[in-house]
Design a protein around this ligand. Structure first.
Ligand SMILES: *[C@@H]1O[C@H](CO)[C@@H](O)[C@H](O)[C@H]1NC(C)=O
Ligand SMILES: *[C@@H]1O[C@H](CO)[C@@H](O)[C@H](O)[C@H]1NC(C)=O
Ligand SMILES: *[C@@H]1O[C@H](CO)[C@@H](O)[C@H](O)[C@H]1NC(C)=O
Ligand SMILES: *[C@@H]1O[C@H](CO)[C@@H](O)[C@H](O)[C@H]1NC(C)=O
Length: 833
């Protein structure tokens, strides 16, 4: 088994090797080990439900040209308007009582559940893989929620394999039908090779009425056995599988109702009417619908398996017993891995037991991992629209052009609401994922770093690739613009990883070095190279570094503020000479009401906006970026650069105090020029997350007297403290709870997490009996930790999901539901803090 340290170094190597191409510096053994590792990564992460927006949708990772796509849909076809409740893309409008992963790891598999009262269905989907990850099986198991309520579960599985015809046969063709319900397909993908795909029933009764001789209401419309329709659907339309199904079935219904011989069909044959058939005599093609209509009056329900095997396998998954065994193995394995990384104590909290905590956190982590997707396609970018810096009107990006294709391997904030990559969220996701699977976090980070644009250094705020991803985004948010930034949280995660690397490098430098490396061999190449071969590190620097540096410079240049506007004022105040004039920032693209780039959209800012405004959070984020640049320079032994970044970091820290600390308000604030009197520096103080950021991001010196004031602000129940976590905006602020009320009071996990983590950093060894500030901090830490996690747990129990944010009034879940992006950081809080 790997120890975390060797995992770290390995991951570090991998990152380097993904971002760049290695490298004559490796000797033969090292090269072989590296390849072994990459092979493992590629195989174990090849197959997973990477279509984040589907309730269950598979596609392989890094298979760009001819991926096999799969999805599952279902509805109650006994109901005349059942088609309206056809489930496919995860959406809150479906009002499922619950859905999501109970146990999941993309490398291994998992178990996802759906409680759908409207369709009277309790559905479980298991996903398992062969040990080498090449073959997989999906088990679909359903039962009625209420067997006395007449209903059917009409389950539709679809497959698509592009690639046209091979030897006169479609790239995916049904080759065998064993009885009415077991189907076998043969497929070919350029990248995946030849494969075999089967759909086989384990048990379950198809809907049938013995009063009729046959259930067939029109040729092919028969719900008493599996329906199959094959047709040609172009690649870029596959995501419309649900629409196509609905429209084909609707056409079939119309046809049945129009025809003399069928229009009198009895009401109890509706499930047959709602099956798919080949009304238009389509030729078979690359796309297949398989529809199974089970009678839900039987308590035991139904079950079938969909199994994919590469041809020429030695260990194909074949029998139902094998799949059952794999499911058991999978669930146990994930459980064991989870317990290796997280542990729980009985605490002074509401969560009944250690078991309850474990179940809650395992499910929450599983849902974060379950959001991980692989996206491939074009993105919309407007590079023409100019920003009028002094107008602050809403910006319309009307000059969009498609660019790409690009690819992104990422997790998502919420499958139902935000199934795409978000730059602001992703760093927080990685802080959680890295505690469970460091290498996986690195894979994701590396994929994002690949998106750094070569020329400019820009990364889009939201990465929306292809039509499927775009279909979930309101039009006004689809287009990205290279002037717009977002908090660089990826560098926050990267910095955390580097901190650990630096610690480990320190350890490796010590005399007793007996690390076990990932091959199981002691003294493997990694230790040796990091220790003994600084040239190799220099090699990295030469290659990864320029891209990160570009990104860093892009941020600093594009968000630079105007310090000269303050020259006279600051001269009068006597601090002009002390200010570091290059380290002042503002978010480009704010409007009167919103500052979307800051990530905290409607958090109050200077009114009216002014070109001279300087944002304290923008400056703090530059501090984080600079810190991680310094760390990477350190790892790479670029002494001069390291010193340069250390100086910039110091300048940022000093500017935070010189420019943004308000003595009068005892907190960090944005500044602007006073609208009444341009000789006065106006502190725009709205106590809340933005004033806490320099603390939350650990930028305040450990001995700073300001720490005490910040602890006092966080502890004050009249301002930010609550029974449910820290409020985004003080109860006493004039904007508290106003208007959209997004970042004006609601409790958000990401900043609460950073504050808890910062308290661990600033007050590491504090005990309750200490006096003064430290003791207050400790008490705050304890109560915040308990209150925050208690509330998220309580809401999960009562409302079934994690939420985007939580009410400052009574703690209930608000914003998007099933938000297991950064809210999932509760797992670290309960299992590691
Ligand atoms: C792993 O996958 C990446 C991305 O497709 C590819 O570039 C690389 O060659 C693969 N490595 C191995 C060892 O299979
Ligand atoms: C759904 O079915 C599973 C067994 O497959 C069962 O354990 C669970 O309690 C059921 N849930 C509901 C809400 O009926
Ligand atoms: C699945 O396919 C590959 C061949 O590509 C085979 O080597 C592997 O062993 C198979 N299955 C299992 C259960 O590992
Ligand atoms: C909040 O924390 C305090 C102090 O630890 C504790 O007494 C109180 O019960 C907590 N409230 C909730 C709702 O967890």
């Amino acid at each position: 088994m790997l120890n975390p340290r060797s995992k770290m170094l390995r991951a570090f190597w991998i990152l380097a090797n993904i971002v760049l191409l290695v490298s004559a510096t490796l000797n033969g053994d090292e090269q072989a080990e590296l390849e072994e590792y990459q092979k493992f990564t590629n195989e174990s992460l090849l197959w997973a439900p990477y279509r984040s927006n589907c309730y269950f949708g598979m596609r392989p990772r890094y298979v760009r040209e001819s991926p096999l796509m799969m999805g599952i849909m279902w509805f109650n076809s006994l109901s005349q308007d059942g088609l309206h409740s056809l489930r496919h893309f995860a959406t809150p409008q479906d009002k499922l009582q619950k859905y999501g992963w109970e146990v999941y790891d993309p490398r291994i598999g998992g178990k996802e559940i759906f409680i759908d009262e409207k369709n009277n269905l309790n559905l479980t989907v298991y996903f398992v893989k062969s040990k080498n990850g090449e073959n997989w099986s999906v088990r679909v198991h359903g039962r009625p929620l209420d067997p006395k309520q007449p209903s059917t579960a009409s389950v539709v599985v679809y497959f698509s394999q592009n690639g046209g015809e091979i030897d006169g046969m479609s790239s995916l063709a049904m080759i065998d039908r064993d009885g009415p319900n077991n189907l076998r397909f043969l497929g070919y993908s350029k990248e995946l090779g030849e494969y075999d795909l089967t759909v086989r029933d384990n048990f379950g009764q198809y809907f049938n009425n013995p009063a009729y001789e046959s259930m067939e209401v029109a040729p092919g419309s028969d719900c008493s056995k599996t329906s199959h329709l094959s047709l040609q659907i172009p690649d870029n339309e596959v995501w419309k599988a649900r629409d196509v199904f609905q429209s084909l079935v609707s056409d079939s219904i119309r046809d049945i109702l129009e025809k003399e011989e069928t229009k009198q069909r009895p009401a109890d044959l509706i499930p047959s009417v709602l099956t798919i058939r080949n009304l238009y005599n389509f030729n078979p093609g690359n796309f297949h619908y398989v529809q199974k209509t089970f009678d839900l009056s039987k308590e035991e329900g139904f079950e079938f398996d969909v199994t994919y095997n590469k041809l020429e396998t030695t260990q194909s998954i074949s029998t139902k017993e094998q799949i059952t065994e794999l499911i058991t193995w999978t669930l146990n394995e994930i459980s064991a891995r989870f317990d290796k990384h997280f542990s729980f104590e009985e605490g002074h909290d509401l969560i009944e037991s250690v078991d309850a905590k474990r179940k809650f956190t395992l499910e929450t982590l599983s849902n974060l991992l379950g959001g991980i997707g692989y996206f491939y396609g074009k993105q919309l970018v407007d590079r023409e629209t100019e920003f009028d810096e002094s107008q602050f009107a809403d910006i319309k990006l009307l000059n969009a052009k498609e660019e790409g294709p690009f690819e992104l391997f990422t997790s998502v904030p919420s499958r139902g609401f935000f199934p795409r990559g978000f730059y602001w969220d992703e760093g927080f996701h990685l802080l959680q994922i890295m505690e469970y699977d460091f290498d996986l976090a690195f894979e994701i980070l590396a994929s994002w770093f690949e998106m750094i644009e070569d020329d400019s250094g820009w990364i889009a705020r939201e990465i929306i690739l292809g039509n499927e991803a775009r279909s979930k985004v309101p039009e006004e948010f689809q287009v990205q613009n290279p002037n717009i930034a977002n908090p660089p949280t990826l560098l926050l995660a990267f910095s955390e990883m580097l901190s650990r690397a630096i610690e480990k490098i320190g350890d490796f430098g010590s005399a007793t070095n007996d690390q076990v490396m990932f091959t199981g061999k002691a003294n493997s190449f990694m230790t040796n190279n990091l220790e003994a071969n600084p040239d190799l590190l220099a090699e990295y620097a030469k290659k990864i570094y320029p891209k990160l540096l570009k990104h860093y410079n892009w941020f600093k240049e594009s968000q630079a503020g105007l310090i000269d506007e303050y020259a006279t004022i600051l001269e009068d105040e006597g601090i002009w000479d002390k200010i570091h004039k290059n380290e002042v920032y503002k978010w480009v693209g704010r409007t009167f009401t919103h500052c979307l780039p800051s990530g905290m959209d409607d958090y109050p800012r200077a009114q009216p906006p002014d070109v001279a405004e300087l944002n304290v959070d923008a400056l703090a984020w530059v501090g984080v970026m600079t810190r991680s640049m310094r760390q990477i320079a350190h790892v790479l032994e670029l002494t001069e650069d390291e010193a340069k970044y250390a100086e910039i970091e110091q300048n940022v820290v000093e500017n935070l105090d010189l420019l943004h600390w308000s003595e009068e308000n005892d907190c960090y604030c944005d500044i602007s020029i006073d609208p009444e009197d341009d000789e006065i520096r106006e502190f725009v103080c709205h106590e809340g997350y933005i004033s806490l950021l320099p603390f939350a991001l650990k930028l305040i010196p450990r001995n700073s007297p300001k720490l005490e004031k910040i602890v006092a602000l966080m502890s004050d129940p009249e301002k930010l403290f609550s029974e449910y976590g820290l409020l985004s905006l003080s109860r006493q602020d004039e904007y508290f709870g106003k208007d959209e009320n997004y970042w004006r009071g609601p409790i958000w996990m990401n900043i609460n997490y950073l504050c808890l983590d910062a308290m661990r950093y600033y007050y590491p060894e504090v005990t309750f009996d200490m006096a003064g500030e430290a003791s207050n901090a400790k008490k705050l830490y304890q109560s915040l930790k308990t209150n925050l996690s208690n509330n998220i747990y309580k809401v999960w129990k009562e409302q079934g999901y994690c939420y985007e944010n939580y009410s400052p009034i009574d703690g209930h879940g608000t914003g998007a539901e099933h938000f297991t992006g950064w809210t999932a950081l509760v797992v670290n809080i309960l299992g590691r803090f």
